[in-house]
Design a binder for this molecule. Sequence first.
Ligand SMILES: CC(C)(COP(=O)(O)OP(=O)(O)OC[C@H]1O[C@@H](n2cnc3c(N)ncnc32)[C@H](O)[C@@H]1OP(=O)(O)O)[C@@H](O)C(=O)NCCC(=O)NCCS
Length: 190
Amino acid sequence: MTKKDNSNPLKEIPVLETERLVLRAFSTDDINDIFEYASVKEVTDFLPWETHKTLDDTRAFLKMSREMFNKYGNIDFAILLKQEKKVIGGISIRKWNDINRCADIGYVLSSKYWGRGIITEAIKRIIKFGFEDLNVNRIEAHCDENNTGSYRAMEKAGMKYEGTLREKTFMKGKFINMKFYSILKSEYIG
Ligand SMILES: CC(C)(COP(=O)(O)OP(=O)(O)OC[C@H]1O[C@@H](n2cnc3c(N)ncnc32)[C@H](O)[C@@H]1OP(=O)(O)O)[C@@H](O)C(=O)NCCC(=O)NCCS
């Protein structure tokens, strides 16, 4: 897909807010905050990327994130708690095109903040952003069938279970059954 195929109309990544969170573009100044969560093994167990070993891994992530925005319009938001003004995770919306108007989301959160409804709150805001600002018609997400926290958050954000694709992904040495979820613009209540 070339840049002109994208329906993402944005030149820059906006700042979005929820009650407790700010979602904004990553900055090179965030490197230590990102490394703090990305270097924890339990955080990356269900993710396709490897646990960060050094700050160079985090630097490479920041570079790739910017490139994917410029080339494909993929948007990676940093997640900050308003109270702490520190990056504690990330949430992305990506892979859309003009014909299908379908986007995919993915997310990660520092393990220190798990279980407080933070990702549910962030997913809801990204769904609103996709439908109201990006003219997307369908937003989907998927996860390892054993990643209960991830699919519970999708469900709580209003996404519907569509099925499990058997051994869909080869990740970290094994084939993984993936659960797929989505929400359509016609189902979205703003
Ligand atoms: C998955 C993840 C994003 C969830 O973030 P979070 O902010 O803790 O999620 P929320 O608090 O909004 O919701 C999680 C829900 O799952 C539940 N949950 C979490 N882990 C669970 C587990 N092992 N078993 C059962 N329920 C679990 C929580 O209790 C909560 O549901 P509830 O409010 O009904 O109790 C976070 O754990 C994470 O970053 N994991 C590592 C990266 C990752 O897996 N990303 C997703 C890749 S698809």
